[in-house]
Design a protein around this ligand. Structure first.
Ligand code: SF4
Length: 198
């Protein structure tokens, strides 16, 4: 990838562009040499507000404290020192959906639990994201019967599915990292793309 310089971004400081313009066109002066202008241009971060906001959102997701079944045990362990989800800024599990922006559906969803789950989702402020953790949350898993919802995407918009029964904590961590990548790339939340099922 070719290296971009400040001029490529429309910044035309004479001091920063010493090789091509201004009184120091013959080469760097003492000031530029002391300042390390060449290195400075490489170190400066140029971005847009939109990208900065997406970066912040991706690196500070707060999951809701919500567990449904066996998968929840695996989910709980991601905050332990062994898996240390704090490395990715998602260790602050909140007890109130109003303070959370990530819903990890960890386990089978009985029809009886559908309404409370949807209520929790509705109480979360936007932007918000959903991870369907495990076979049961994604598709009903082995519980192909009348009591279990055959996929949580029937009642909420799912951003990432994590396969497995149960998925290991590493798989959930990878799901969170994939979600972060989507957010930082500017992909809108799932409810914006395909809406929420009624
Ligand atoms: S996917 Fe497996 S571990 Fe997770 S809730 Fe279903 S049966 Fe339990």
């Amino acid at each position: 990838m070719s290296r971009r310089r400040l001029a490529d971004y429309g910044l035309n400081s004479e001091r920063l562009l010493w090789p091509t313009s201004g009184p120091s066109a013959k080469g760097p002066g003492v000031f530029e040499r002391e300042l390390g202008t060449e290195e400075l241009q490489d170190r400066l971060m140029l971005t847009t507000l939109e990208k900065a906001v997406a970066w912040s959102q991706g690196n500070s997701m707060w999951p809701d404290t919500f567990g449904l079944a066996c998968c929840a045990i695996e989910m709980m362990s991601i905050v332990s020192s062994r898996y240390d989800i704090a490395r990715f800024g998602a260790e602050v599990f909140r007890s109130s959906p109003r303070q959370a922006d990530l819903l990890i559906v960890s386990g089978r969803v009985a029809h009886k639990m559908s309404a409370p789950l949807r209520q929790i989702y509705d109480q979360m402020l936007e932007p918000k994201w959903v991870i369907a953790m495990g076979a049961c949350a994604s598709s009903g898993g082995m519980f192909n019967n009348y009591t279990v919802l055959q996929g949580v995407d029937k009642i909420v918009a799912v951003d990432v599915h994590v396969p497995g029964c149960p998925p290991r904590p590493e798989a959930l961590v990878e799901g969170i990292v994939r979600l972060q990548e989507k957010i930082k790339a500017g992909v809108p939340p799932a409810y914006d793309i395909r809406g929420v099922a009624s």
